[in-house]
Design a protein around this ligand. Structure first.
Ligand code: SPV
Ligand code: MG
Length: 329
């Protein structure tokens, strides 16, 4: 089956703000899509943390990142933007990366001007260096040509403010990258004020993208007023899932029954629905029908409870079973 994410192009238009929902795997991308986001941001930080329990410093390889992207494009219909970090090396590495992402059905890539190996912008104390403007422009030129057949959007990301090089450097780079063929410009920063100023007065010719992780109190309305085209909600979903997971993991160790955890859990039905288990395999009536069916048919098709690792409900556990499928209060 072809990746479905490829079927839709990402549209970034200055002054028409959209939100990109940060995901770290196929299931979290489904949550992003289900919530109604117009596009997924496949976060490098998120993939490193969730899929490898590693820091975001280019430890995830190109093949691993492409695999992650392929699973995500296959799981959603909305466009997927992949955070391709620094393109895994120089212009040739980045061009190959973009071809691989294109073949995986990716609608857009974001390439930043950090050197390889990168240090995540959210690690304030990490030493960091940027590639020269000329090298980044050569990379963008190579990437633009590689992306051609796939109709991908190239977002060039400026790390000057994160690296302490100041707004002037950021603006110089933003203009150069726009000229070199980027479709959109993301100037990353720790504070909103310099980004606001750049968006309003630097006359960047391409739509601008913003990641407000570190100035989260700024409203989306204010961001929209500055003319941004997209705001990336990069890692909030990962952190929400982490926090819920930490609470449940601790509670499970001291709980008297698993039922105590119910208020913190999504239902099995929710999981089944999200991964597209056929409806009639987990509806109440299907279980009733299965129990009266002939023995050979039973052995051929496992119930959704077994596929989800649950014990098959015994005749005595029907109340437990009903509880799993009861609507959430
Ligand atoms: C990511 O989500 O991996 C990003 C955004 O690059 S940030 O972590 O803010 O650098
Ligand atoms: Mg990243």
């Amino acid at each position: 089956m072809l990746p479905t994410g490829a079927e839709r192009r990402l549209e970034l238009v200055a002054g028409r703000l959209i939100r990109l929902g940060g995901a770290h795997d196929a299931l979290s991308a489904r949550l992003v899509e289900e919530a109604g986001f117009p596009a997924v941001w496949l976060s490098g930080f998120g993939v490193s943390a969730a899929q490898f329990a590693l820091p975001d410093v280019n430890l995830v390889t190109l093949s691993e990142s492409v695999e992650a992207a392929r699973r995500v494009t296959a799981s959603v219909k909305i466009p997927v933007v992949v955070d391709a970090d620094n393109g895994f090396g120089d212009a040739m590495n980045a061009a190959r990366a973009v071809r691989e992402y294109g073949q995986a059905g990716v609608a857009g890539v974001c390439l930043e001007d950090n050197t390889f190996p990168k240090r995540c912008s959210l690690y304030p104390g990490a030493p960091r260096q940027l590639v020269s403007v000329a090298d980044m422009c050569a990379k963008l030129d190579a990437v633009r040509r590689a992306a051609g057949p796939y109709d991908m959007v190239i977002i060039a990301r400026v790390e000057s403010l994160i690296a302490g090089l100041g707004s002037e450097d950021a603006v110089t780079r933003a203009h150069a990258y726009a000229e070199a063929g980027a479709d959109a410009i993301l100037v990353h920063g720790r504070e909103f004020a310099p980004l606001r100023k750049i968006a309003i007065s630097a006359q960047i010719t391409k739509p601008m993208v913003i990641v407000p992780t570190l100035f989260r109190e700024v409203s989306f309305a204010e961001i929209a007023e500055c003319g941004f085209a997209a705001v990336v909600c990069a890692n909030q979903l990962l952190r929400a899932m982490l926090r819920a997971g930490q609470a449940v993991a601790k509670w499970m160790l001291r709980a008297e029954t698993l039922a105590e955890l119910d208020p913190l859990l999504s239902t099995l039905e929710d999981v089944n629905r999200l991964v597209h288990v056929p409806d009639d395999w987990f509806a109440e009536k299907a279980v009733a029908a299965a129990s009266s069916a002939a023995e050979p048919a039973k052995s051929k098709r496992r119930s959704c409870h077994e596929r989800n690792g649950d014990k098959k409900p015994s005749p005595h556990s029907s109340s437990d079973h009903r509880r799993h499928h009861a609507p959430r209060r």
